[in-house]
Design a binder for this molecule. Structure first.
Ligand code: GLN
Length: 454
């Protein structure tokens, strides 16, 4: 099989399904074909992703290709001068980037309905959302349009859409992957990670994109192990912790049953499990929205119509220009987060909200440290329910935020976690995922455990 064959197959599939799925914002057909033709002329083919077609979420910077963050404000950002480190690393291993994937605007949301361009549909049932914010990434992989995609996860945005679309999604340990060139949302929480069909593919892509980067101070100075070599299938004597907070009444009975069945599979392979408690989980979503919005309000200050963003044509003076450009450019969800962020950081409110949220964050992290001292991994559902129907986003935002119960604590703690498919809802045929959470920088165990279940 040639690189050209792979790219052509990807283009054919995109043409066949993407007007229904709408996973892409940009498809770069011509360039991809040219790259494939050039690769097929090379004699040296010993690269980790030689000729493999993938795509990246639209908040990851790509030289010469639109990076819009699914925002009208950024629709003119066609020519970033550089590639994000992760994109460069994929190119170095000769992968071919087919284009850029849809998302909630600036990665804020759980459904991809907050994209200012179009809504992505769940490939399993197009009346449902693909999840979010990396909904385009998960849908593109689930629909077979590309072999892998990159997403970003600040509070579940890789794992939740992977769960809703029946694919594998990994949020690496904070610091495992460079954030250079990934547009910042909550910088102390953000991580880039792969979405794929199989655990092995996922391990391979993470192997390529991980590692210390001098352009990102928070990337960890650690060797990247060969994640693919560790996929032995052996989980004998593995100690699994199951937090009771992740199997509360809020969890759909079918999802609960699928998780219990997964635990039985692990038992049959020689692992053991016990119920544990992560007592501060119930405060995690509140703390997450305070911290991530505070950080977002600082990060998004650079979008002012001067340095970045489409400048309003109606402005009469400078202040007017900032106000109108931001007012016209940002969507409602983004504005809501920035108001909240500026509020919790302002004098007088800081102590009451932001500082308190940071204290909760420390307690949440402590919960994980305590459990992971005694157990190898933590397991539970990735999300309490399968995908929501399209249009449900207008429900009470507090209900929407509460759905992040099982995903955001992991970002607050900074630990790695994967979502692997573990079942389908009987009525709508919608998939859901098993979440496997590991120790800091122990993605290797997570991959080994996830692979044993596949
Ligand atoms: N649901 C979360 C939010 O809206 C997910 C964000 C993310 O991980 N990018 O903030």
């Amino acid at each position: 099989i040639t690189a050209k064959d792979l790219v052509d197959a990807s283009i054919d599939r995109i043409k066949e399904v993407d007007d229904k799925v709408k996973a892409f914002i940009t498809v770069d057909e011509e360039n991809a074909q040219k790259q494939a033709e050039n690769l097929d002329k090379e004699t040296e083919t010993d690269y980790k992703l030689f000729g493999i077609p993938g795509a990246v979420k639209d908040n990851i910077v790509t030289k010469g290709m639109l990076t819009s963050c699914a925002s009208q404000f950024m629709k003119n950002f066609i020519d970033p001068l550089y590639d994000a480190t992760v994109v460069k690393k994929l190119k170095d291993e000769k992968s071919i980037n087919m284009g850029k994937l849809n998302m909630d605007e600036f990665a804020m949301g759980s459904t991809t309905e907050h994209s200012s361009f179009h809504t992505t549909h769940n490939p399993w049932n197009t009346g449902y959302v693909p999840g979010g914010s990396s909904g385009g990434s998960a849908a593109a992989v689930a629909a077979g349009e590309v072999l892998y995609a990159l997403g970003t996860d600040t509070g579940g945005s890789i794992r939740q859409p992977a769960s809703f679309c029946g694919v594998v999604g990994m949020k690496p340990t904070y610091g495992r992957v460079s954030r250079f060139g990934a547009v910042g949302f909550g910088s102390s929480l953000d991580q880039v990670g792969p979405i794929t069909r199989t655990v092995e593919d996922n391990a391979r892509v993470l192997e390529v994109i991980a590692g210390q980067d001098k352009m990102d101070m928070t990337s960890a100075p650690l060797e990247v192990p060969s994640f693919t070599e560790g996929l032995t299938g052996d989980v004998k004597d593995l100690k699994i912790a199951v937090p009771k907070e992740y199997l509360s009444e809020a969890v759909d009975p079918e999802v609960k049953e699928a998780v219990m069945n997964a635990l039985k599979v692990y038992e049959s392979l020689g692992a053991t499990w016990e119920e544990v408690s992560l007592p501060h989980s119930k405060y995690a979503a509140a703390a997450y929205y305070v911290i991530s919005s505070g950080e977002a309000s600082a990060n998004l200050a650079r979008f002012d119509g001067v340095r970045y963003g489409v400048r309003s044509e109606k402005a009469k003076d400078m202040i007017d220009m900032f106000k109108l450009s931001r007012g016209e450019g940002f969507g409602d969800e983004v504005k809501k987060r920035m108001f909240l962020g500026a509020f919790v950081l302002s004098a007088g409110n800081y102590e009451v909200y932001y500082k308190k949220a940071q204290q909760i964050r420390a307690l949440v992290k402590q919960d994980f440290d305590n459990v992971l001292e005694k157990y190898d991994v933590i397991m539970g559902p990735t999300t309490p329910t399968p995908a929501f129907q399209l249009g449900e986003k207008d429900f009470d935002p507090m209900v929407v935020y509460a759905r992040d119960l099982t995903t955001v604590p992991i970002n607050l703690a900074g630990v790695p976690a994967i979502s692997v498919p573990c079942g389908f809802s009987k009525k709508e045929g919608l998939p859901f995922g098993l979440q496997i959470i590991g120790k800091h920088f122990d993605e290797q165990t997570i991959y080994r455990v996830a692979h044993a279940f596949e």
